[in-house]
Design a protein around this ligand. Structure first.
Ligand SMILES: [Zn+2]
Length: 259
């Protein structure tokens, strides 16, 4: 485990901390009365200790979503804020504790600094972004970043993702920087429009991806100059087994035939 000081960077003033955790990062935002930890990383069961070494303020936790690389230190918290649409994903990954639901328009007041919740489902069912309007920062989770955005598997939804990017674009005049959990830090607000364009091209079948294998999954990478999308192979309905017979269905009876 790296020393805490090497993992934490002051991002603006001394009230905004970025904690680098290998390929993922999380943040600590402090107000005058409370501090808010935003995600708990992938290899950071000590996320709470890290936060408490940086501030004496009472500490709250919120998760942008519940994929395993964002919740590794949640176990140290009895309760946390999260979209209720994300609870299945959280419990499926062994997440414990009491979920305090947040949704679009909710505001978490830290004292002289508030974070507004924006629902952006698609990457996961209950993904959220957080707007720090005073400091003109948007925390985007995994949904807006310049790495590879995971869009394969059962809980992803490209159509909803596109709608969410459009929704996020409505707030564009309110932030100058985006803080993503992966990829470059920070990124510029105009990335939202680029991702919207790329996601639309994928949905409409206008671009071709390359087959890649990730953790034993055969998936498809659509690489754009500004980011990538990892998707189910074209034409593959994740609910179907792609034409091959499975042990539970030896005859392949349940495989729908697509004309
Ligand atoms: Zn992630």
């Amino acid at each position: 485990m790296e020393h805490i000081a090497e993992r934490c960077r002051v991002t603006s003033g001394d009230d905004t901390w970025r904690i680098e955790d290998g390929g993922v990062r999380f943040f600590l935002f402090c107000g005058s009365e409370k501090a808010l930890l935003i995600d708990t990383g992938m290899n950071a069961p000590d996320a709470r200790q890290i936060a408490e070494s940086l501030t004496d303020l009472p500490l709250l936790l919120i998760n942008t979503h519940a994929d395993p690389d964002h919740i590794s230190g949640n176990g140290a918290f009895e309760r946390f804020y999260m979209s209720s649409s994300e609870e299945d994903n959280y419990r499926a990954h062994g997440g414990k504790g009491e979920l305090i639901p947040v949704r679009e328009g909710d505001v978490i007041d830290l004292g002289g600094r508030s974070l507004q919740v924006i629902d952006i489902p698609g990457h996961t069912p209950g993904s959220i972004a957080l707007l720090d309007a005073k400091n003109r920062i948007l925390v985007s989770g995994d949904s807006v970043q310049d790495g590879n955005i995971f869009m394969f598997g059962s809980r992803r939804n490209m159509e909803l993702y596109i709608e969410s990017l459009r929704h996020l674009a409505l707030y564009e005049g309110q932030f100058d920087e985006i803080y993503p959990m992966h990829g470059s830090f920070p990124v510029s607000p105009d990335l939202i429009g680029r991702l919207l364009d790329g996601a639309g091209q994928i949905r409409d079948g206008l671009v071709q991806g390359s087959p890649v294998s990730l953790h034993g999954n055969d998936i498809c990478l659509y690489k754009f100059p500004y980011a990538g999308f990892l998707c189910d192979p074209a034409g593959n309905d994740p609910a179907a087994s792609n034409g091959s017979a499975s042990p539970d269905d030896p005859a392949g009876f349940n495989d729908p035939v697509h004309a």
